[in-house]
Design a protein around this ligand. Structure first.
Ligand code: AGP
Length: 616
């Protein structure tokens, strides 16, 4: 939530910062702003709305300095106004600051600062922190040789409760900046005669592939040629410089109309990348490099607990089915935000998994920490290399699907389903799943990319259906067993990008209440795959039809529904039950996408949302 970027180097800072903000815009897009230090004073330009608005403002009076910061905001404290946009300037004009996170004790600090003559132009918690740094800066002389701005930031943070990724500049110190993090991501890009700080690597890769993932509690002081990382108690940290493995092109939209469209159609390749090199030589099980647990430790696991949020939680719920079905190990899934406070009793031999595309979701991170605090090992499934969750977990699995930019998760979701199925296979083969069943399972997983290609080929038909149904205001998604979480995911996709009211339900639960919603105005999307409960699903469809509810049926090849039962039928390939949720996800992603396009919605940046939720 919120994208931040800081540049200190030899080139003009503003063009690079604006480009970085465009790449970070998916993290928040309520307002944007930039501050450049030139001729000893800050020039700050900030505007509500998108980066494009800011670019128009900046073009009116170009910024020439080589040292600056920029921010794209997802509002927490204070409405969406120009005044609340970042960067914030201290009332003495000395300090300018950008911030991602929440300063929880901001009112007490504000009261303290008001009593000392500081004034405030915004309603934000960030401006309070900015003035607190200015207060410490003004109060102290050079502190035992430490840079005065760095010392002021360190002091201010000692009195701050909450989360932050911040970048600070001081009017007296051109060519320098200070950045710090606690609970919000921050990455350092190490360039040639220039250094960069940003929320994620997408803002850095145009200049350098060399990055340092800063840890919680670290503070970095940057100049164009040097950087020095320290901890809160001033101990120097030896930096570990990593190389980013993806290129700028991976984060470009290419010929697609939206990132979401690109990411939907990228799924066959994404699935291939997620499983590449992860099967045993005998072709009967999965192999994961970074789990850091031995086969016998896995064998001793008696329960598995998953925690995640949103789409990632839906992936966990499908994985629950797969692990219970193929490995016969009981699984629990929980909203990370609930798990962290509920204090539920946990079985001794429980293995924890968290799933998070971004690896930065604060609730998921907190659930991970809570489980570790109780002495459990926690493994993570994540897409972003070097993310906080990936680093803090005891082991894990990277999704390897490249950057996902669209706020609505698609390729990350199906790759999580794939990894979940591979986990079920791995755990199953450590128990009672036979060699033959394992070989069949592996073959089925390897076929998934082609099956997804076949499902994607239905796009023109699904687009036509979307155009017919886009005027509705309510829609239900109904599925059973492992397709119930896909129904939840279908409803979430539609809600988040088209603003339609949608609900996912287990099909047979309809008669216990939600069927009261059914009328000609409320269509239902039904999953009706081949299988032993197909007849039961057909009965649920009949109950909807009897009440005049329009039905869009997603069936597997070979399913013949009674004539006239479904108003629309989308056929997907019949496949192994471990792969079915992946293939069944495609039509609901496409349906949501085309409905949102038809309704003229901003598909990649839906209102009120941000891709990476780093506040509680
Ligand atoms: C996905 O479409 C959503 N935007 C959202 O639910 C997301 O899955 C959730 O915020 C969790 O994100 P994470 O996977 O990065 O942890």
């Amino acid at each position: 939530m919120c994208g931040i970027v800081g540049y200190v180097g030899k080139q003009k800072a503003a063009p690079f910062i604006l480009e970085g903000l465009r790449r970070l815009e998916y993290r928040g897009y309520d307002s944007t702003g930039v501050a450049i230090l030139q001729h000893g004073a800050f020039r700050i330009v900030k505007k509500i709305g998108r980066v494009a608005n800011l670019e128009t403002e900046v073009a009116k009076s170009p910024l020439t300095g080589t040292h600056g910061i920029g921010h794209t905001r997802w509002a927490t404290h204070g409405g969406v106004t120009d005044a609340n946009a970042h960067p914030h300037l201290s009332s003495d004009g000395k300090i300018v600051l950008i911030h991602n996170g929440v300063i929880e004790n901001y009112s007490a600090i504000k009261k303290f600062l008001l009593g000392r003559g500081y004034t405030f132009a915004s309603e934000t918690d960030t401006e309070v922190l900015c003035n607190l740094i200015a207060y410490h800066y003004a109060k102290q002389a050079d502190d035992a040789g430490e840079n005065r701005c760095l010392a002021a930031v360190r002091k201010a943070l000692l009195h701050t409760q909450g989360t932050y990724g911040i970048v600070v500049m001081c009017a007296d110190l051109p060519g320098e900046m200070v950045a710090a993090r606690l609970g919000s991501p921050l990455i350092l890009g190490v360039g040639d005669g220039e250094n960069i700080v940003a929320s994620d690597v997408s803002a850095i890769v145009t200049r350098t592939q060399s990055v340092v993932y800063l840890k919680d509690g670290e503070i970095v002081h940057l100049t164009p040629r040097e950087f020095r990382i320290t901890t809160a108690d001033r101990a120097t940290v030896s930096p570990l410089v990593d190389q980013v493995t993806w290129s700028v092109a991976d984060a470009e939209m290419g010929t697609y109309a939206h990132f979401m469209e690109k990411e939907i159609f990228e799924q066959p390749l994404a699935l291939e990348n997620a499983m590449r090199g992860r099967f045993s030589a005998d072709g009967s099980t999965a192999n994961f490099g970074g789990l850091n647990l031995s086969a016998s430790e896995f064998r001793g696991i008696e329960r598995v607990q998953f925690c995640a949020c949103g789409t990632a939680l839906h992936a966990c719920m499908v994985t629950e089915h797969m692990i219970e079905r193929f490995a016969r190990v009981p699984v629990e899934c929980d909203y990370a935000s609930e798990f962290r406070y509920r204090n539920s009793p946990l079985h001794r031999n429980t293995l924890f998994f968290v799933m998070s595309q971004s690896g930065e979701t604060i609730d998921t991170l907190a659930a991970l920490r809570e489980a570790q605090r109780k002495g459990y090992k926690v493994l993570a499934v994540s897409n972003v290399v070097g993310s906080t969750i990936a680093r803090e977990a005891d082991g894990g699995i990277y999704q390897h699907v490249g950057p996902e930019v669209g706020v609505a998760s698609t390729k990350a979701f199906t790759s999580q389903l794939l990894i979940g199925a591979m986990l079920a296979l791995y755990l199953g083969r450590l128990r009672d799943l036979s060699f033959g069943d394992g070989v069949e399972f592996v073959r089925a997983l390897k076929a998934a990319p082609d099956l997804v290609r076949q499902a994607l080929a239905q796009a023109p038909q699904i687009k036509a259906i979307a155009q017919r149904y886009a005027h509705h205001t309510d829609m239900l998604f109904l599925g059973r067993l492992a397709l119930f979480p896909i129904a939840l995911e279908g409803a979430l996709k539609l809600k988040e990008i088209s603003y339609l009211h949608a609900e996912g339900y287990p099909a047979a639960e309809m008669k216990h209440g939600p069927i009261a919603l059914i009328s000609e105005a409320c269509p239902s999307v039904f999953f009706a795959p081949q299988g032993e409960i197909l007849n039961k699903i057909v009965s649920s469809m009949q109950e909807i039809k009897a009440r005049k509810g329009p039905i869009i049926a997603i069936v597997t090849e070979g399913v013949e529904l009674p004539a006239g039962l479904a108003d629309e039928v989308i056929v997907i390939p019949d496949c192994h039950e471990a792969v079915l949720p992946i293939v069944a996800s495609i039509p609901v992603q496409l349906l949501s996408y085309y409905i949102a396009v038809e309704r003229g919605c901003d598909v990649d940046k839906p209102r009120n949302l941000a891709k990476s939720v780093t506040v509680e």
